[in-house]
Write a protein that binds this ligand. Structure first.
Ligand code: ZN
Length: 44
């Protein structure tokens, strides 16, 4: 899976967030936070 914020490949574990019934994974809490601020910017 890819971190939608920074584009890094991420493991199936770790920081995740559900948005529009989809689960997104992040490399770190900072990317998760950025996604939360403006999800539509990262979801295509
Ligand atoms: Zn990241």
């Amino acid at each position: 899976m890819k971190d939608p914020v920074c584009g890094m490949e991420v493991e199936e574990k770790g920081v995740s967030l559900k948005y529009n019934n989809k689960e997104y994974r992040f490399c770190c809490a900072t990317c998760r936070w950025a996604f939360e601020q403006n999800p539509d910017q990262f979801v295509k």
